[in-house]
Write a protein that binds this ligand. Structure first.
Ligand code: NAP
Length: 326
């Protein structure tokens, strides 16, 4: 039997991806096969097909790092899941397909009625931003959080998490429409970092003190300007480098501010510290129930349109989360 899958057959941009018929995959002893109802789109999907991500699977492979769907086959050692269970799962690769293989330990059973698109686009972005803002930076009520790339997947999640904690949130993004959406999701102040001088704007908005915590999924030219503005005892969260350039910072800067540069790698955190990650997920689900976080899914794509979804993400056209629905 075969299924439809988006395949990366050569390293390069999304335009090289192909929709192909592939053999239905069989789960190993500790794995399950999930019939994919929705697959979340994340920036690492853009990187992995270009051989720019830390994990480099052999060609050909199917990208797509997280899914929601129904378990349709279980491996011989799996006791925690059964056929018919609805789950959300982080699979790393394989998600842009009609079915994919996932480690049973990476599956989270879903309460009845959970929308599949929401389930497929929640864990990676909100998990990353919770781990960063709550766990690594220990953001406190009343502190100021600056979020760069604030209208993107992890960025908008960080804005909402900052507000749920009780912080003042400054959102920075590249155009007015994106900034209006950040305000809708709770940002107290906004900065257009393409048009305005980031340092001057931060100085004005914080009475010269600077933000206590900076969440940076962008890197590139904004990193040093943002770090030079950080408050005394500030925490600078290194999330990713969507701008393409990994910035370098002079080490006298953290010395002068008594500030920390804090690395964030959610995938590794979730593997090494599953209990802490589960605590984060529970808090996020509680906040969602209280209406404090409202994930924004701005667009749905058919499976054949997954390459277009990745092109839109690479071209900065995505707001919040987008989803591929096979
Ligand atoms: N550390 C971790 O554990 C972890 C986990 C998940 C994701 N990440 C990383 O976090 C970053 C964001 O991921 P995401 O899924 O939230 O992506 P996303 O939704 O595409 O958001 C990225 C944002 O970066 C900004 N950006 C600036 N220059 C860009 C460029 N040249 N190309 C694309 N975007 C650019 C865009 O905002 P403006 O247009 O407003 O500038 C965009 O909204 C990526 O680097 C990803 O690898 C890290």
């Amino acid at each position: 039997m075969s299924i439809k899958a988006i395949q990366c057959v050569a390293w390069g941009g999304p335009e090289l991806l192909q929709l192909r018929d592939v053999e239905l995959p069989e789960p190993g002893p500790r794995q399950v096969r999930v019939r994919v109802h929705a697959a979340g789109v994340n920036f690492p999907d853009v990187l992995i097909i270009q051989k720019k991500y830390q994990m480099q699977p052999p060609l050909p492979f199917t990208p797509g790092a997280e899914v929601a769907g129904v378990v349709e086959a279980v491996g011989s050692d799996v006791t925690t899941l059964k056929v018919g269970t609805t789950v959300a799962a982080v699979c790393g690769i394989g998600g842009f397909a009609q079915a994919c293989i996932v480690e049973a330990a990476q599956c989270m059973p879903l309460p009845p009625g959970t929308p599949m698109d929401l389930a497929a686009s929640f864990g990676l972005a909100y998990g990353t931003s919770w781990h960063a803002v709550r766990d690594r930076a220990a953001l406190q009520p009343g502190e100021t959080l600056l979020v760069l790339g604030a209208a993107g997947g992890v960025g908008l999640a960080a804005v909402e998490i900052g507000k749920a904690i009780g912080a003042r949130v400054i959102a920075a993004a590249s155009d007015e429409a994106k900034l209006a959406i950040c305000k809708e999701h709770g940002a107290d102040e906004v900065i257009n970092y393409e048009d305005d001088d980031l340092r001057a704007a931060l100085k004005a908005l914080t009475d010269g003190k600077g933000p206590d915590v900076i969440f940076d999924p962008v890197g590139g030219k904004f990193a040093e300007a943002a770090f030079r503005s950080i408050a005394w005892r500030g925490r600078y969260l290194v999330i990713g480098f969507a701008a393409g350039e990994v910035p370098s910072l002079p080490l006298n800067l953290p010395l002068l501010k008594g500030a920390s540069i804090v690395g964030v790698f959610w995938g590794e955190f979730a593997k090494r510290e599953p209990a802490a990650n589960a605590r984060g997920m529970l808090e996020l689900v509680r906040w969602m129930g209280e209406g404090k976080i409202k994930p924004r899914i701005s667009k749905h794509y058919a499976l054949s349109e997954a390459p277009q979804a990745l092109m839109d993400m690479a071209a900065r056209r995505v707001v919040g989360k987008v989803v591929v629905a096979p």
